[in-house]
Every structure is written in structure tokens, then in C-alpha cells.
Design a protein around this ligand. Structure first.
Ligand code: 13P
Ligand code: SF4
Length: 299
């Protein structure tokens, strides 16, 4: 299957982008593997004719918005991030009426419709930097309350209004699960994604995006880590650090949508080009504004 994928990639001038949460065998054959921010940048820069995006809907959609002339395919178009939809109807308009200097800051884990209503997008790796750089004092942070509250702690000079959305996978990780692992491995550092609940973040030695967690584990002098994020990161963590040990909360955090990106599905979509990401042109234009603003603000 790998040879067929390689051949089709060359024949069709296609590039495969994969998030760290997809199955290991897909990360192995991908041209680029990364966190949401890195993958958005690559999607904007590539000169391939076809982008095969192994991730969830908001990632494929962002790639299409940033790169309208490319054909963006997903191995499974039903792979979705439930948090991307967790903003109540009309709440953005209500907030804009309430605060006249409001900036709506939209985590990239959101639908294109939500991006259209927002001022700037962020990812977990640049949210603090972007919120700090905004001139607005009042910030409505959507959809993730946990990332929003993490940012609020780092940027106390702003009034950050939280929205009641969260990642079901990260929200399921409990402080007691982390303590259980810490009892078993007392020297292990706790590395957490900011989508985790505040009680988990309070027990953490390091908090960052998937790419930040991977970079931290490489440079850290510690040899054991408890990882509070989706277990797909394990492939890169153990490849980079064969001498180090990585433990996960029990049960392992697993995003079923990310796991829909199987090798067979990658081959099939490359062969048939049938699962194309389509974004309405008017929505694309409006959703591009906050995505481009994010890319500008981090320069
Ligand atoms: P990263 O941007 O850290 O890769 O996170 C994406 C995501 O979906 C986390 O659940
Ligand atoms: Fe969405 Fe959570 Fe899956 Fe990330 S891990 S894609 S935030 S459901």
C-alpha cells in the first residue's frame, strides 16, 4: 500500500499533510507532520496540485480557505472535531453589542462559519502571543473554554470572556488520572495540552501545543514524561526519544475522528480523488480574513 501511495503522490503532484494525532502508519508516509499551526502554514506555501489532509474537517477546510486553487482531499470527510461547533447561535452578536471594543478570537478548531464571524484565528501554539498583540481589551474567546482560560492567566491585562465549549477528549483527562500516573512514576514530568481542564494544567510541568510538547520532551533533561494529550503524539515522541519513557492517563486519550485517517483511506482518496473539501466562495473570502490576520500577527 505504501508503494502505491508513493507512486500516486508523484504521478499526481500531491502532498500529504498529517496531524500528530492520526495513526502512526499515516504519519510515517506523510510529507509533513505537525500541529495545527504548522500544517496551516504548509498548506499556504505548498506548490503541489493536490493536498491530502489527514486530520479533521476544520484542518482540511482551513487548507482550502488558504489555498483555493488547490484540490484539497481528506481520507474521510466525516472526520470532524466536535468542539469546532460548540458556540451558541447569536452569542457572538450579543457579545459585540455588549462590548464596543470586542475582539472575537477564534481557535482554529472551529467551523468556517464561526471563522467568518471572528476577528482573528489562533492555534494553541500562538494564542497567547496573538491575544497580547491585539489592541482590544475585551476578548471573546471561542470555542474552547480551557484554552481561553489558559490564555487569560498568561494575559491578565485583558478581559477574556470564555465560551462554554471544550474538547471532549482532553476534558475527559482528570487530575486523579494524572496523580495515579505520578504515583507510579514520581520522576516523570507532566506535559499537557492547553485543552485540558485547569485542574490538570495545575499539575503540569509544561503546557503547550502538540508540537511544543514534542520539542520540550526532546530538549528536557527529564527521561520520563506523563503526557496529557491525545495518544497519537506517542509515535513522534518515541521516534525522537527512544531512550525516554512516555506514560498516558488511563484510559489513553484517543480522538476517534483523527483515527479515521487510515492508510487504506489515504490510498483510496489518492486513487479516486473523490473526497474533496468544498468551501462556499463567499464563506471562504470572509473566513480567510481572520486566518490571514493570524499568519500576519505571528510574523
Ligand atoms: P495542536 O494545534 O496543538 O496540534 O492541537 C490540535 C488539536 O486538535 C488539539 O486537540
Ligand atoms: Fe477536536 Fe479534541 Fe479531536 Fe483535537 S482531540 S480534533 S480538539 S476532538
Amino acid at each position: 500500500m505504501r508503494n502505491q501511495i508513493e507512486q500516486l503522490k508523484i504521478e499526481k503532484n500531491a502532498v500529504i499533510l498529517a496531524h500528530y494525532y492520526v495513526p502512526a502508519e499515516v504519519q510515517e508516509i506523510a510529507d509533513y507532520v505537525g500541529d495545527s499551526f504548522y500544517l496551516a502554514k504548509i498548506a499556504k506555501q505548498t506548490d503541489a496540485d493536490i493536498i491530502v489532509f489527514c486530520g479533521v474537517q476544520f484542518m482540511g477546510e482551513s487548507a482550502k480557505i488558504l489555498n483555493p486553487d488547490k484540490k484539497v482531499l481528506m481520507p474521510d470527510l466525516t472526520a470532524d472535531c466536535p468542539m469546532a461547533h460548540m458556540v451558541a447561535d447569536d452569542i457572538i452578536d450579543e457579545m459585540r453589542t455588549k462590548y464596543d471594543d470586542l475582539a472575537v478570537v477564534c481557535y482554529i478548531n472551529s467551523t468556517a462559519d464561526l471563522k467568518c464571524k471572528s476577528d482573528v484565528c489562533v492555534t494553541s501554539s500562538n494564542a497567547v502571543k496573538i491575544v497580547k498583540a491585539l489592541p482590544n481589551r475585551n476578548i471573546f474567546f471561542i470555542p474552547d473554554r480551557n484554552l481561553g482560560s489558559f490564555v487569560a492567566k498568561q494575559v491578565p491585562e485583558k478581559n477574556i470572556i470564555l465560551n462554554d465549549g471544550c474538547c471532549p477528549i482532553h476534558a475527559r483527562i482528570t487530575a486523579s488520572q494524572i496523580k495515579t500516573e505520578k504515583d507510579k512514576h514520581p520522576n516523570a514530568y507532566v506535559l499537557s495540552h492547553p485543552e485540558c481542564e485547569a485542574e490538570v494544567l495545575a499539575l503540569s510541568d509544561y503546557i503547550g501545543s502538540t508540537a511544543d510538547i514534542i520539542a520540550y520532551s526532546r530538549s528536557s533533561e527529564a527521561t520520563e514524561f506523563i503526557v496529557a494529550t491525545e495518544d497519537g503524539v506517542d509515535y513522534k515522541l518515541i521516534t525522537d526519544n527512544p531512550e525516554k519513557r512516555f506514560y498516558y492517563p488511563n484510559p489513553h486519550p484517543c480522538c476517534a475522528d483523527m483515527k479515521l485517517n487510515t492508510l487504506a483511506a489515504v490510498l483510496s482518496v489518492l486513487e479516486n480523488e473523490d473526497k474533496e473539501v468544498i468551501v462556499d466562495e463567499e464563506i471562504r473570502h470572509r473566513a480567510l480574513i481572520p486566518l490571514d490576520r493570524m499568519l500576519e500577527l505571528v510574523k
